[in-house]
Design a protein around this ligand. Structure first.
Ligand code: DI6
Ligand code: FE
Length: 438
């Protein structure tokens, strides 16, 4: 099919005349990739005849922090509301929804570059772990770091993501593994949103690894995390969702189930690290609890994919970790598509397995290593990512009423966002209706 026939035109879309409402700012003359599907719910698997929801020579008008109107530039130019508005002529630019990185471990102390170098000089992962490296090394560094140190390091990483058009970042705890430090991580995550023009969704990753001091009593740790820690952090308003690393080297199905049951009793949404290294049935568990997302999924069977589809759980693919661990079995994308599971893509930014602060690179890897189409990858960091965070009613597509979070790009067509390796074609970002430097 030719590109021209793929694009929806205004004759097909029947845009409405702008109404009477006032506009504060208008971006006009751009190509819009609204990421809306014809009649499909936000975040649904791409289908129909309007890939990317493209509108050419279009305008997007903002009132306060919301999108007030989306339609043809010609109609916007005639609208009375334009006269009062600040007008940005952006002919030739592309505009997408602000990108959403829906899985990061952004807040941690130190780094693991020494381990990386040692591994490349022949040391094994297991050797390094026996010497107290790996996650435990980051836990020590994070416990030792002040809130100010953590904030400074996380801000650098957040700014790198933001430079590529990211307007919402999910941030997990999980490198404290003691209440005070888990709390500090979540507070730092919240503070990023106050200090920077970006939105943050916090996740309490209580079950990430067993801390050394509980080595003799796993159950006591799981009881503490699922009980008093979770209640206290949630009551403090620090927990938008919970997560657990359900894996042979981390926490079992039964242990994870105890934790998720407590989260459910508190009415908290859930994510789950599932099927990264083995298939324990974690995807089925995520589905059973109606989790927002199941993440990684290199090891996932057809039944697991069907269970995710039935529960509307988003599959979050994390090619940065797959790449860093030099894994060889990609997630079963064909099975996810066949089952109709929405697919998101994220960086998994963390010091051990994905020291990645480029969501565009994660999109490239999702295409090149996992076989996603660019259309799927861009849904993966917009509409499907919003769904993975439970915010699809508010973000992830360009439509009247949604939050005015969008990115401007110097590209010829949307697939170029996935095509470049190390390129950053972002030329502007609007967050909550206000323009910021990328
Ligand atoms: N899966 C991962 O790949 C990271 N955490 C997780 O649950 C690893 C984190 C680390 O090595 O520091
Ligand atoms: Fe992760």
């Amino acid at each position: 099919m030719s590109e021209a026939r793929d694009d929806v035109s205004f004759r097909d879309a029947l845009p409405e005349e702008p109404g009477e409402g006032a506009w504060d700012r208008v971006w006009i003359g751009a190509h819009l990739a609204t990421m809306q599907e014809n009649g499909a719910a936000d975040g649904d698997a791409p289908r129909g005849r309007a890939p990317y929801g493209v509108l050419h020579d279009a305008a997007i008008a903002v009132r306060g922090e919301r999108i007030a109107w989306v339609g043809p530039a010609a109609l916007a130019r005639r609208a009375p509301a334009l006269r009062q508005a600040e007008v940005h002529e952006v002919a030739g630019a592309w505009i997408t929804p602000g990108l959403i990185d829906c899985h990061t471990h952004l807040v941690y102390g130190g780094n693991r570059v020494g381990e990386y170098e040692r591994r490349l000089c022949g040391a094994s992962y297991a050797e390094i772990a026996r010497e107290g490296g790996g996650i435990q090394a980051t836990v020590r560094a994070t416990r030792a770091a002040s809130a100010a140190d953590l904030r400074e390091q996380a801000t650098l990483r957040a700014r790198r993501l933001m430079a590529e058009g990211v307007t919402t970042i999910e941030v997990k705890s999980g490198y404290g593994l003691e209440l005070a430090t888990e709390r500090r991580i979540l507070e730092v995550a919240r503070s990023l949103e106050r200090d920077l023009p970006v939105s943050v969704a916090t996740t309490f990753l209580g079950l990430h690894a067993l801390p050394d001091e509980y080595g003799a009593d796993r159950q006591a740790y799981i009881d503490a995390v699922s009980g008093p820690w979770l209640s206290e952090l949630a009551a403090a308003g620090l927990v938008d969702a919970v997560d657990a690393f359900c894996e042979s080297i981390a926490f079992s199905i039964a242990e994870t189930e105890q934790y998720l049951s407590c989260a459910r009793a508190l009415g908290l949404p859930m994510h789950l690290h599932a099927g990264q290294l083995s298939d324990l049935g974690a995807a089925e568990l995520a589905a059973k609890f109606g989790a927002l997302s199941a993440d990684h999924l290199e090891y996932l069977g057809v039944e697991g994919a069907r269970a995710l589809a039935r529960s509307g759980t988003v599959a979050v693919l994390l090619p940065g970790a797959y790449f860093t661990l030099r894994q060889t079995e990609p997630p079963p994308v064909a099975a996810l598509r066949a089952a109709g599971v929405p697919i998101a893509v994220a960086t998994d930014c963390n010091p051990g397995t994905s020291p990645c602060t480029s969501l565009l690179l994660a999109m490239n890897m999702a295409c090149t290593l996992f076989g996603l189409t660019p259309l799927e990858a861009i849904h993966g960091t917009t509409s499907a990512a919003a769904r993975a965070l439970g915010i699809a009613a508010d973000r992830g597509t360009l439509a009247a009423g949604k939050r005015a979070d969008f990115a401007l790009w110097h590209i010829d067509r949307p697939a170029e966002l996935c095509y470049g390796l190390g390129a950053n074609p972002c030329v502007g970002v609007v967050h909550r209706g206000r323009l910021r430097e990328p």
